[in-house]
Design a protein around this ligand. Structure first.
Ligand code: IVH
Length: 673
């Protein structure tokens, strides 16, 4: 007897949605990751075999969708208010006095309040129609935000479908919450961006906002974002709650994640004590909070207090003071990175800022040091921006400042003594030494890092010792290390040496994209590496591709393409490639994510106005089926898909004799529509 795919798909959706709720919201997983993955794969297969089984709330939709050309505006049914701020205990007492007056509260009566942590992220509004997430939007100006639905669908803590078993939900409801990023994820994202030579995010809030306001939702899917919900906007028929505390509990029952650190308090003095307590404890949280939101608990009282033109009168945000302290600059050193980039770092008289001791702060680059005019011996104000990266804010100019020598970038590498150079129009200065041990150490650290070959037992200290002892001349030498080499260098115990060797051996089996990431090609991070692995299928093929061919790969721009070609032309890279083939590595070619690869090796150019889809959507279809989408027509173009009013690209295609097809013909080829 064959199982009916319709009911099987529904069953799998229920199973997966429930498992995800238990894992992400209740923190009580009920099935293993492997079981989850298996069920998800089965559902995906069913949906692929019969796309009519695909529903908007399917857990398979969390992976991101085709990139958008731009965001469309979304009008909030109920306005998203902001909050007025309190900066002192007296501000809180004044707020309480206003509330009491507004409610005509008898003297001596204590107002019931709810205090919630104020997460430092970005506000979102989630619209559910008949329990299904239909729109996720940013706050915007409060009246109108941007529709970022595909991005928010990738956030696991946002339910795609509400649970209505214990508590019925309104047929249409707007739920408001804060999307934010944990410190751990922020560091991982920035580390990856730094390795890829991309600019890093200044703090977790910017990183969360940058991830949500992202036209390519597959990038958002790769970032682990959190979302705590705390309010309701429009709701047909109203909501079945009489207090904010009940509302929060109700959101939890519908499947939203709600911050567990909430308190029901009686009177403003209890609120003040609570706020003081969090001011002390805030650095123990795994994410940034910038204050405490105090809300009148009773919803009827909230309604009778109403709102000013900007803020509700029934709530206030107590903001913690910015964490800045002053300390002395003992020295300014320069760190040498993987590509030779020199980063000035201020070495500080250790000082406590917001619960941690800070002894160094980045100065980013030469221009930053000049702009702030930081000199050795100066007293500076430092802050932990977004609680994570300490940075120098400004110099406190004292009598001696002017007599201290100005700092300048060293003209020799502090590690290998080679010349340094700052290229025209660039902010970074680089060490030009080809054999610079600092660069080599960073390159090997990168090769062994979590996002690359993931050799967890090969730590930075061990790498430094092995390089200094001449055991490693390039990252690939890692695979030639023996237990004896290790025991000689580290004087480490037999067992630990064996663990390192085992960890190295385990890394002989890695997907191609990780090897490409690990090579540290300038401008190529994990995302580009994945694309390159998909498109080339093997390192040999990638190494043989010219910059012109690479430019045709979607997501690879001309600068990156040139950088890749240059990298593979270098003599040192040839040595590395030879070692890779000698080392018996089991590098797995990428499997296609989906699609049947019918467009393998084909390059498409879309031009003119398409009727049934946007250009990015069309390009995504081409890529999903193994093809490449390009912006310009050349002899190598397989098809030009010409829409209404196609212009110069169509002419060029005709001149070059490239096949020109219509949109409908393209969809026919793709087997869509
Ligand atoms: S309530 C009318 N609760 O802070 C109620 N906001 O400064 C509006 N925020 O726009 C918001 N945590 O982005 C509320 N527990 C919390 C919050 C919170 C963070 C953010 C939210 C809001 C901003 C106002």
């Amino acid at each position: 007897m064959s199982i009916d795919p319709v009911s099987r798909a529904a069953e799998l959706r229920r199973l997966l949605t429930d498992a995800s709720y238990r894992y992400h919201v209740l923190d009580q997983p009920t099935i293993s990751d492997a079981e989850y993955d298996r069920a998800l794969a089965e559902l995906r297969a069913l949906e692929e075999a019969d796309p009519s089984l695909l529903t908007p709330d399917s857990p398979t939709q969390r992976v991101g969708a085709a990139p958008l050309g731009q965001f469309t505006p979304h009008v909030h049914r109920e306005r998203m208010l902001s909050l007025s701020n309190a900066f002192s205990e007296d501000d809180l007492r004044d707020f309480d006095a206003r509330v009491r007056r507004g409610l005509d509260a008898p003297e001596g009566d204590q107002i019931p309040y709810v205090a919630e942590l104020k997460m430092d992220g970005l506000a979102v509004s989630l619209t559910y129609v008949e329990g299904v997430l239909t729109v996720g939007s940013t706050r915007g100006d409060g009246y109108q935000g941007e529709d970022v639905t595909p991005n928010l669908k990738t956030v696991r803590e946002i339910p795609l479908r509400l649970r209505g078993d214990a508590l019925p939900y309104p047929s249409l409801i707007e739920v408001r919450g804060e999307v934010f990023m944990s410190h751990e994820e922020f560091s991982a994202v920035n580390e990856a961006r730094e390795e890829a030579g991309e600019p890093t995010f200044a703090n977790p809030r910017n990183a969360a906002a940058g991830s949500v306001r992202q036209l390519d939702s597959s990038i958002t899917a790769g970032r682990r974002l959190n979302c705590y919900c705390y309010a309701i906007g429009a709701a047909t028929g109203g909501v079945p709650f009489s207090t904010q505390a009940e509302l929060l509990a109700g959101l939890g029952r519908w499947g939203f994640r709600v911050n567990p650190d909430v308190a029901a308090l009686s009177g403003i003095e209890e609120v003040i004590a609570y706020v003081r307590q969090w001011e002390e404890r805030k650095d123990t949280l795994p994410y940034d909070m910038d204050g405490v939101v105090v809300k009148v608990d009773n919803l009827r009282a909230q309604r009778s207090l109403g709102a000013t033109s900007h803020d509700p009168r029934w709530a206030i945000a107590y903001k913690f003071p910015a964490q800045q302290v002053s300390t002395q600059v003992l020295d300014i050193i320069t760190n040498v990175g993987r590509t030779g980039a020199l980063t000035p770092v201020a070495m500080l008289q250790p000082v406590a800022v917001g619960g941690v001791t800070v002894s160094k702060a980045t100065l980013h680059n030469e221009d930053e040091v000049r702009r702030k005019d930081v000199r050795i011996g100066d007293t500076v104000v430092i802050q932990r921006a977004g609680e994570v990266i300490p940075e120098v804010v400004s110099v406190i100019v004292d009598a001696e400042h002017a007599s201290r020598p100005e700092w300048s970038m060293p003209d020799r590498c502090p590690v290998c003594g080679s010349e340094t150079q700052r290229a025209e129009g660039e902010a970074v200065t680089r060490c030009l030494g080809i054999a610079c041990p600092a660069q080599l150490k960073r390159r090997i650290e990168h090769f062994a890092s979590r996002g690359a070959m993931d050799i967890d037992r090969l730590g930075d200290k061990l790498i430094a010792r092995l390089v200094d002892a001449g055991k490693l001349a390039d990252p690939l030498d890692v695979f030639a290390l023996t237990k004896d080499d290790l025991m000689e260098i580290e004087r480490m115990a037999d067992k630990s040496a064996q663990n390192v060797v085992d960890s190295i051996n385990a890394a002989r089996v890695r997907p191609l994209e990780r090897l490409i990431t690990g090579l540290g090609i300038p401008q190529v991070g994990a995302t580009a590496a994945r694309t390159l692995a998909q498109q080339s299928g093997s390192l040999e093929r990638l190494a043989a591709m010219t910059a012109d061919e690479l430019k045709l790969v979607h997501g690879i721009g001309p600068v990156v393409a040139e950088s890749i070609e240059r990298f593979f032309r270098q003599d040192e890279t040839q040595v590395v490639l030879r070692k890779i083939s000698e080392q018996n590595l089991k590098i797995a070619a990428p499997e296609r994510q989906d699609g049947d690869g019918r467009f393998e090796g084909k390059t498409f150019v879309f031009t003119g106005a398409l009727e049934t889809m946007t250009r990015p959507e069309a390009e995504a279809i081409a890529r999903r089926l193994g093809g490449t989408a390009s912006g310009s027509v050349s002899k190598k173009t397989s098809y030009v898909v010409a829409g209404e009013n196609a212009g110069s690209k169509l002419e060029k295609a005709n001149a070059l004799g490239v096949t020109v097809i219509t949109e409908a013909e393209f969809l026919g080829l793709a087997g869509v529509g």
